[in-house]
Design a protein around this ligand. Sequence first.
Ligand code: HEC
Ligand code: HEC
Length: 273
Amino acid sequence: MARAQKSRLFTLLLLLFLVCALLTVLAGPGHSYPPRQAVIYTNPVQPTEESVKTGEDIFLNYCAGCHGSRADGRGEQALNLSPKPQNLRNAPFVSYLSDHRIYTSIAGGVRGTSMPAFDLLIAAEKRWHVINYIRSLTADDRLNIPNSIARQQVAEDLKNPVPPAEESIASGRKLYMNYCANCHGPDADGAGVIAVNLSPVPRNLVVISSWGENPFIDYFSDARMYDSITNGVPGTSMLPWIGVFSDRQRWDIINYLRTQAGKRIEKIDFPVE
Ligand code: HEC
Ligand code: HEC
């Protein structure tokens, strides 16, 4: 090949290369993000004693400042954080979290909270050791520390100190309709809109049952009503309302409900085949 021919070929190749490079740049990155959640992480590390011990060391180093050295959510920094670090000894909460969920929360943090991402600090395998440690904390029921909500001791013979005046009943009705009716129903017959998803179902508080039984509220003392509204019924969806309502407001609701007792008799719609 002649010299001139060679250099023309070289120029041509160079041009071709530049065009390719330009096209690559123009096509640009960012069009092919992997779909979110493409990978489901499962724990490849056996929860041996050694793994749990390694996990505990990592936990004490990186996590205890917030989650506490007992992992109960009461670390030194917890006081200043909102939302609070989770109590990782609360068995129902921890067993609700899949391995994948805990893994991604450790690696990526929990956006919008102070829970930081540890992907650069804690290598992948070590994250599984921490997870084995966390799971070991609730493996035995005796190690479970449920979340505690303040409880108010209610004396069995507590009497309603608020007279059932019109004003109290009106206030109770308003609170009931706003906060209780979704579950217990606007008529307090237990048939609220979300009752279908609850087990046990919300109680029929005031309606005479189809078999003529007096309403629930007629049988129960002020103390029992007040206790259930204040502290909830553990293990059911009946929530505690302590801290939500003042003492006075809780009695207003009871005054209102007592005015509704027996006003209606339950109708039963027999299913038609
Ligand atoms: C700076 C404080 C802080 C540190 C350090 C910290 N966490 Fe957290 N963590 C939080 C907070 C706050 C939440 C609660 C977020 C929420 O309300 O959903 C949380 C939530 C969690 C959860 C529940 C995540 C979920 O998916 O709901 C797990 C598990 C957890 N942390 C584990 C750890 C582990 C393991 C470490 C150490 C490697 C750690 N955390 C370090 C503050 C912290
Ligand atoms: C998320 C649903 C839900 C909400 C909201 C709710 N309740 Fe309940 N409630 C229940 C369920 C479920 C039960 C039945 C528990 C059981 O079977 O013992 C119940 C039971 C009760 C009982 C009877 C408890 C006992 O001593 O046996 C009272 C009284 C009561 N609720 C009042 C209220 C009042 C007042 C409100 C509003 C301030 C309210 N509830 C809000 C679900 C709810």
